[in-house]
Design a protein around this ligand. Structure first.
Ligand code: ADP
Length: 314
């Protein structure tokens, strides 16, 4: 585990009460956030998102958890898994309605969970992206493939995570058959230009409060183009170019995320963003960079608390 510095003085408001919304307190990220907050003198409770229940139709919104009323938290750190996005966002919104500072707000988390919406937003603001297309009808596939520049192409399931459902099609024929197969099972997909020059590597930039606090380069194993650590990729600390840093910071800001994992590919036209993650994992990045990422997230909460801005923001 990365080292958390010894306790330092808390913000003006004194010790804070911080909730971590997470299904599993033993996960590295959850454990590190708890440790970093406690090292700074705060009280922390890990709350299983799916065990929260709420009274929403009242002028005094409340959240109950295993028979207790969760009514006195200053801040909440959402760590909401993709599979429970809908319920998790309802819980997070309820915290916001109670005036609790959310490290990432529900609107921003929701936005980041919709890959097409995120890419449309980033594209509108001039962030570099791989040429990407999507279509609904199988009849439009041949033209769609032409539109994105032809094979080789990457085909992605919109609901995929950790590299699952990301397929490289070397030829137009292969692309057509893969897309047909996905469409036949009613999967939502997008089709993307293959950034060959990235050479199986991507860059994860961990952004907290307008700073890149750590960055790593993930390299796919031999014969694989997906660099996800879950797919056997290896990670090393990396120095970002000013353009990469700027792209990561702008992407997080456009998405409205205070804490974000921005994934970038090095293309021959400069950095292109693959994804902006609102619950980025801490394990890989802290282990390979030795940066105290958890500490940076707690520092952000303290800063907000000290400035009296503990109310939820959009
Ligand atoms: P997931 O969200 O499931 O991780 P990604 O879109 O991040 O899916 O893709 C997984 C990995 O595949 C990326 O980390 C990257 O290494 C590789 N990859 C994805 N899209 C492309 C692309 N258009 N060109 C080259 N490599 C890509």
């Amino acid at each position: 585990m990365a080292k958390t510095p010894k306790a330092k003085p808390v913000g003006k408001k004194g010790p804070l009460k911080i909730a971590i919304l997470s299904r599993n307190g033993k996960l590295y990220s959850t454990a590190r956030l708890k440790e970093a907050a406690e090292a700074r003198g705060h009280e922390v409770k890990v709350i299983d998102t799916l065990r929260c229940y709420m009274n929403i139709a009242t002028d005094r919104p409340t959240i109950h958890y295993r028979g207790q009323n969760l009514d006195d938290f200053d801040a909440v750190i959402p760590r909401i898994g993709a599979s429970i996005t809908h319920y998790g966002l309802a819980v997070l919104r309820q915290f916001e309605m109670m005036g609790v500072l959310a490290v990432n707000g529900s609107v921003a988390v929701n936005r980041s969970r919709d890959k097409l919406r995120s890419m449309q937003l980033l594209s509108r603001r001039g962030i570099g992206l791989p040429v990407t297309g999507f279509a609904h009808s199988p009849d439009d596939i041949p033209d769609l493939l032409k539109m994105v520049g032809g094979a080789p192409l990457v085909i992605k399931l919109l609901e995929g995570t950790q590299g699952l459902g990301v397929v490289l099609a070397d030829t137009r024929k292969a692309a057509e058959s893969i897309i047909e197969a996905f469409i036949s099972i009613e999967a939502n997909i997008m089709v993307q230009e293959f950034i060959k020059e990235a050479e199986g590597a991507d860059i994860r930039c961990f952004v907290v409060d307008g700073q890149v606090v750590a960055s790593m380069r993930r390299q796919a194993p031999e014969g694989e183009f997906r660099s996800n650590l879950h797919r056997g990729g290896s990670a090393h600390s990396v120095k970002l170019t000013p353009a990469e840093r700027n792209t990561a910071l702008r992407a997080a800001r456009i998405m409205g995320l205070n804490v974000a994992g921005v994934d970038i590919l090095r293309s021959s036209n400069g950095p292109v963003v693959l994804e902006v993650n609102s619950s980025p994992g801490l394990k890989g990045i802290e282990k390979c960079t030795n940066a105290d990422v958890a500490g940076a997230i707690i520092d952000f909460i303290e800063k907000k608390a000290a400035s009296g801005r503990t109310k939820a923001e959009e």
